[in-house]
Design a protein around this ligand. Structure first.
Ligand code: KIV
Ligand code: NA
Length: 264
């Protein structure tokens, strides 16, 4: 059965963990859909893993739409979430709406955008017009040039309070989910407990989020270079990619991933 926005909110309410992975093409779409991945994210991380860039900044709306179409053709159960890329939503709610129409026409069921306070008006605008929205706070890679690198966020009391307030404000503005990236596990747990309708999805945010996400090429351990602390190699001990993806889904569902060694 097709997973919808309300399925995810019910899972969060009932304490059933949500398993999300990034996906950019039709073959992996079939594999992930079959393995029981609840949400497939066409992340702007495709800038790195598909295109070889060093950041998500150069990714265009048409490129995300292209990969969304590839994934959507083979998905039967997973909810399809597509990233609004850097250049395609920050100017105005109207620009964000037009870009969301492009992504939803390509097959997305929900769009994701980065940022807290400055995104509230846009979230309200989109949700009122039929676009389910996922927020993304903590380490927001599109802001790498102002954050000064890919670093853990919310480490000071003031920064933690700011993140808590942002999560609540995003929920009040109407987001269905919020990705929490690279924040201390304790803070992510507090944020998760404070929300009533929105589901939290952690990446480097501890086990107490309502769900988890990783970049596919990271969890298969095929992306070259240094791995982030929050990445676990799910290929280890498995004889196929299908089995590795199933192992990830199972580990998210039974909360055996992430452990403290994959958290901050
Ligand atoms: O683009 C991406 O892959 C993401 C996830 C890491 C959450 O935004
Ligand atoms: Na992203």
């Amino acid at each position: 059965m097709q997973i919808t926005t309300s399925t995810l909110q019910n899972m969060a309410k009932q304490g059933q963990k949500i398993a999300m992975l990034t996906c950019y093409d039709a073959t992996f779409s079939s594999v992930l859909d079959e393995a029981g991945v609840d949400v497939m994210l066409i992340g702007d991380s495709l800038g790195m893993v598909m295109q070889g860039h060093t950041s998500t900044i150069p990714v265009t709306l048409e490129e995300v739409a292209y990969h969304t179409r590839c994934v959507a053709r083979k998905a039967t159960r997973s909810l399809i979430l597509a990233d609004l890329p850097f250049g395609a939503y920050l100017e105005s709610p109207q620009q964000a709406m037009a870009s969301s129409v492009t992504l939803m026409s390509a097959g997305a069921h929900m769009v994701k955008l980065e940022g807290g306070e400055h995104m509230l008006e846009t979230v309200r605008f989109l949700v009122a017009r039929g676009v389910p929205v996922c927020g993304h706070i903590g380490l927001t890679p599109q802001s790498v040039n102002t954050l000064g690198g890919y670093k853990v966020q919310g480490k000071t009391d003031a920064a933690a309070e700011r993140l808590k307030a942002e999560a609540l404000a995003l929920e009040a503005a109407g987001v269905s989910m919020i990705v929490l990236e690279a924040v201390p596990a304790k803070l992510a747990a507090e944020i998760t407990a404070s929300l009533t309708t929105a589901a939290t999805i952690g990446i480097g945010a501890g086990v107490d989020c309502h769900g988890q996400v990783l970049v596919l090429q990271d969890m298969l351990d095929i992306y070259p270079g240094k791995k982030a602390r929050f990445v676990k190699n799910f290929m280890k001990g498995q004889s196929s990619i299908q089995a590795a993806v199933k192992a990830y889904v199972n580990a998210v569902k039974d909360a055996s991933f992430p452990t403290a060694e994959n958290s901050f």
